[in-house]
Design a protein around this ligand. Sequence first.
Ligand SMILES: Cc1cc2nc3c(=O)[nH]c(=O)nc-3n(C[C@H](O)[C@H](O)[C@H](O)COP(=O)(O)O)c2cc1C
Length: 328
Amino acid sequence: MQDLTIRYMGLTLSSPLVAAASPFTGSLDTIHALADAGIGAIVLRSIFEEQIRAEVQDMEASLDLEQHAEVYDYLRADLPMRVGPERYLALIRDAKKAVHVPIIGSINCTTPGQWPDFARKVELAGADALELNVYDIPIDGVESGSDVERRHLEVVRTVCGMVKIPVAVKIGSQYSSITHFVRQLDKIGVKAVVLFNRFFYPQIDLDTLTVGTGVNLSHAGDAGVAIRWLALLRDQVQCDLGMTTGVHAYGDVLRGLVVGANCVQLCSVLYGKEGFACIARMKSEISDWMLDKGYDSIDAFHGMLREPEEGPSRGFNRAQYVTTLLEQ
Ligand SMILES: Cc1cc2nc3c(=O)[nH]c(=O)nc-3n(C[C@H](O)[C@H](O)[C@H](O)COP(=O)(O)O)c2cc1C
């Protein structure tokens, strides 16, 4: 096996494959199984800022449903599995004792008020790093795009000011200027930005004419958006970049690495028939590819196809899109 070691947020990972936040990373049994399967790091399932303010049983009452209907749906999709703040901290402590891979806490948040002290508790519980999932559906029609971004940056700045462990921010792809926003995050001092969060969408049942929720997993071929932006951002920021959404095969991992990702997160693929065995298979396929190409470390090819800041484009920008359409 070739050396698959990579550095992510100052942590050494035995491979770039990271378990993304999901129900699999919310219980000690599956955390154990992921470590045994050879995962490079584990992002624990998120605790929500709403949960930090209120214990699970009070959650429905504490949510302003008009403002947070989407968050409520997301939570309700697997509410029984979710844990309150104290149990979340216990999970961090137990996971750190149980496995030797880096453990990254995760908080899903949208506002800087009332909860950020909890980030410090995550650090004290022993998490190696913290990922903030800034998940927002701004629907009041009053806040402008820049207001929303300012609020998100304020959350991140507040948390970064509270902890010494590295902080990553996982974002969605729907900012009007992703480059500008990620550069602002970089200036605040985040150690990584993870591209891109994937949302659950409401599901309309045409028989019952009701609106429900459900988990929708990604598919092979969904990695393109993250790959484009990893390539475009790699030379524009100092911080590391993580990739999430649509990683289903070793080729997706390698494509992420050649455009500059420092870790590649797996979620939907872990739900497949093969289960966690896909981790060892992908590592072995990556190693075979490296052997074939003559690379003995990931550093040897990491970022080699990123978009250069100067000189001819490699094909990730608008000009290439125009050319492609004109050629059809
Ligand atoms: C059932 C389920 C639960 C998830 N829970 C979380 C979560 O708690 N926090 C988070 O940041 N992302 C969560 N995600 C998003 C995943 O971490 C991942 O970013 C997303 O599914 C895209 O990756 P994929 O294409 O490999 O599935 C969840 C995804 C699924 C399918």
